[in-house]
Design a protein around this ligand. Structure first.
Ligand code: 13P
Length: 290
């Protein structure tokens, strides 16, 4: 593929009316699974590391894995610092060579969020103008895990969600390249129930006035129908993490049933395979192939 930058990948998605998949990793098995699925389908892909995931893998190691896979697979693979919460961590990711950073001050008031996000935009753009900065408006929780009930403070009803005017103001005053508004989505998924429905009308109206591409977080547990409508309404990147973590664990559990298996490189491929199937499915849906 000719796509060389995240900017052109997002343009590509916009032209085609599709969304780029963003999947988080903590290890090499998820990384292999995600890049393999993207290469097979011929679609650009974004790999994400949260602060915790990045601390575990190491920012430079994550970057080295991406650089190596770009070359090996000759494929557009981008790396995103996902929900970073301090200027220092953002600076480290930018210096490591990440393509984008998401600064998450969504739990704070809109004025504080604007002030802090603008500081991040100013810092990142001083180092490299091409690195994308994403801001978040509306609190959708913080944990990619399985819930019994909606986590405290998460906003999913229309009255609590950001209005299009607030989103437009946030984008204008901070100078972010991408915006992740809360639209009924939340991080994590429920054990035995689908996630709440997205507010598709709100996505449409935010899309009209936001001025920058929109990103949907909290992809795990969202129905196929909601995904399709959200993409039609203008979402250009979709994040999935919890489903990957669940698949990773199931793969490890299956592999460890054979007590004689002790070589990690014989255990991890079972996780890789389970993650691959999920990512392939999600990428087909996000890229209009289903
Ligand atoms: P889920 O864990 O709900 O898929 O959300 C992931 C996410 O938004 C990471 O940024």
């Amino acid at each position: 593929m000719r796509i060389k930058t995240l900017r052109s990948a997002i343009e590509w998605a916009k032209d085609k009316g599709v969304a780029l998949g963003h999947f988080n990793i903590s290890d090499i098995s998820a990384f292999h699974a995600i890049t393999k699925a993207a290469k097979e389908l011929g679609v650009p892909i974004i790999i994400g590391t949260s602060e915790g995931e990045a601390d575990y893998i190491d920012l430079d190691v994550a970057m080295a894995m991406v650089i190596d896979a770009r070359k090996e697979l000759d494929h557009p693979i981008f790396l995103n610092a996902d929900h970073f919460r301090s200027l220092e961590k953002v600076r480290e990711a930018v210096i490591a060579g990440y393509d984008s950073v998401i600064f998450d001050a969504a739990g704070q008031s809109i004025d504080e969020n604007i002030e802090k996000t603008k500081e991040v935009v100013d810092l990142v753009k001083t180092i490299d103008k091409e690195i994308f900065v994403e801001g978040e408006l509306g609190y959708i929780g913080e944990s990619s895990k399985i819930f019994e009930e909606i986590p405290e403070g998460v906003e999913i009803v229309r009255d609590a969600l950001p209005i299009p005017e607030d989103v437009a103001r946030f984008v204008k005053e901070t100078g972010v390249d991408l915006i992740a508004p809360a639209v009924g989505n939340l991080h994590g998924m429920f054990k035995d129930a689908p996630n709440p429905k997205l507010d598709i009308d709100l996505i449409k109206s935010i899309g009209v006035s936001a001025g920058v591409p929109m990103v949907l977080h909290g992809g795990s547990g969202i129905s196929d129908e909601d995904f399709k409508s959200a993409i039609e309404a203008g979402m250009r990147i979709i994040h999935v993490n919890t489903e990957i973590r669940v698949a990773w664990r199931e793969g490890i559990e299956d592999a460890l049933e054979d007590k004689s298996k002790i070589a990690p490189y014989k255990v991890f491929p079972e996780s890789e395979d389970k993650i691959y199937k999920i990512v392939l499915d999600r990428l087909k849906l996000f890229n209009g192939m289903l």
